[in-house]
Write a protein that binds this ligand. Structure first.
Ligand SMILES: C[S@@+](CC[C@H](N)C(=O)[O-])C[C@H]1O[C@@H](n2cnc3c(N)ncnc32)[C@H](O)[C@@H]1O
Length: 388
């Protein structure tokens, strides 16, 4: 989708001499520059193909101010050298800079961006920023798990790839980074025994989550609409859900099972049940229809393409591998590592570090058992839009 979008941009704009790009929610880690690389690769490829001179590129890496931008910046000299070696004269001048701030609001001057990219960030709600600074930024445990998982999975896929990697990336840094609190959205104190939308959640919980997402995503679009030039484009990839009505069936089972482990610990006196009731995950898995409705209602962008794909939660499983032998224990451990990487800093912030090992041992057992009975997948949405 990235290549198609760059192609569309260039044919519209007649090969601009300067090209300004922003990657929103770039995070800090081994893959921070991957989307930038893919964008540059697409532009250089198109220039080679069409014989046009490469443009001067200005790339902004954005994340919350507490993101460790310096780690990314330290890798820039190697990145520039690698690009030079690989692309030679087909690469024009390229400048990479940081832009700290929340993408739920203005980040750039009016009409300055040609292209915006954001992967696996906009499912995190705006209240994610309300961490009080006590949260582990960067998350050592999360890093360790991520590297272990990346080694098992291999190299990063394309933005519209069908592998697990985008999913892992998408969830990993969001929670292993600067999120704190678990206070999102407001007015759902009655979400008893749940930590996200669950099948026993009262109706107002589903409504409150949706309202928060509608308000956040509309603000995101409005802000980008001011910043992107007419005809400029945006690609967003994020985690969603594959059913329209979240109340119709069990759509959030991975979090329901984690809530059950917390409830079991409360029953054993290890944590307070009231603390579970106060904790709600600050992300939202929108349906395809919800996303389309918000984009259309906001009105600044035309949707060019919207693709969805599913990824097995158990990354050892894959639909083509008929010889796959299910190992409940291993699968439980692997998925528990993944979910721990996603949620540890939020949980530790709310319940304290001391419960984490115990919690995820219980979770490994539960999720392994669940997956031995039912394949569970994650649903990804990739949307490409043009500024009207
Ligand atoms: C899961 S990471 C995505 C990393 C990378 N884009 C990728 O696809 O591999 C999500 C990132 O979004 C950032 N993020 C969450 N809310 C944000 C906000 N309101 N403004 C800017 N960045 C935000 C988090 O700090 C985190 O680094």
């Amino acid at each position: 989708m990235l290549k198609k979008t760059v192609r569309a941009l260039y044919s519209k704009e007649n090969f601009p001499q300067y090209f300004t790009v922003a990657d929103l929610g770039c995070s800090s880690g081994p893959n921070t520059l991957s989307p930038t690389y893919e964008m540059i690769d697409a532009i250089v490829g198109l220039c080679r193909e069409t014989g046009h001179a490469p443009p001067e590129l200005l790339v902004f890496l954005n994340d919350l101010p507490s993101n460790d931008f310096n780690t990314g910046f330290r890798s820039l000299p190697d990145f520039y050298n690698m690009l030079k070696k690989e692309k030679g004269d087909d690469l024009g001048p390229c400048f990479i800079a940081g832009m700290p701030g929340s993408f739920y609001g203005r980040l750039f001057p009016s009409k300055t961006l040609n292209f915006v990219h954001s992967s696996y960030s906009v499912h995190w709600l705006s209240k994610c920023e309300f961490g009080d600074g006590e949260v582990d930024v960067g998350g050592g445990e999360s890093d360790a798990v991520f590297f272990e998982l990346s080694l098992q999975i291999g190299s990063r896929s394309e933005i519209d790839g069908r592998t697990l990697k985008p999913f892992l990336m998408g969830w990993w840094v969001g929670a292993g980074g600067e999120l704190g609190g678990g206070q999102v959205p407001q007015g759902i104190d009655n979400n008893k025994g749940n930590i996200y939308m669950g099948k026993t959640s009262p109706h107002n919980v589903f409504e409150a989550y949706l309202e928060q997402f509608q308000s956040d995503f509309s603000l995101f679009l409005r802000s980008r609409a001011d910043e992107i030039i007419p005809g400029g484009q945006m690609i967003l990839a994020f985690i969603g859900r594959n059913i329209s009505d979240p109340t119709s069936r069990n759509c959030c089972v991975i979090w329901e099972l984690l809530a059950k482990c917390l409830l079991q610990m409360a029953a054993e006196g290890l944590i307070e049940e009231a603390e579970i009731d106060k904790f709600n995950l600050p992300h939202y898995t929108a349906s395809r229809e919800e996303v389309i409705t918000i984009v259309e209602k906001e009105g600044s962008f035309v949707i060019d393409r919207l693709e969805t794909f599913e990824v097995n939660l158990d990354f050892n499983d894959n639909d083509e591998n008929k010889n796959y032998v299910f190992d409940k224990y291993k699968c439980g451990q692997d998925v528990a590592h993944l979910i721990r990487a996603i949620s540890e800093s939020l949980l530790a912030h709310h319940f304290g570090d001391a419960i984490i090992d115990d919690l995820f041992e219980r979770y490994a057992e539960r999720i392994g058992k669940h997956l031995s009975m039912e394949k569970t997948k994650h649903f990804n949405i990739v949307i490409s839009m043009t500024r009207k």
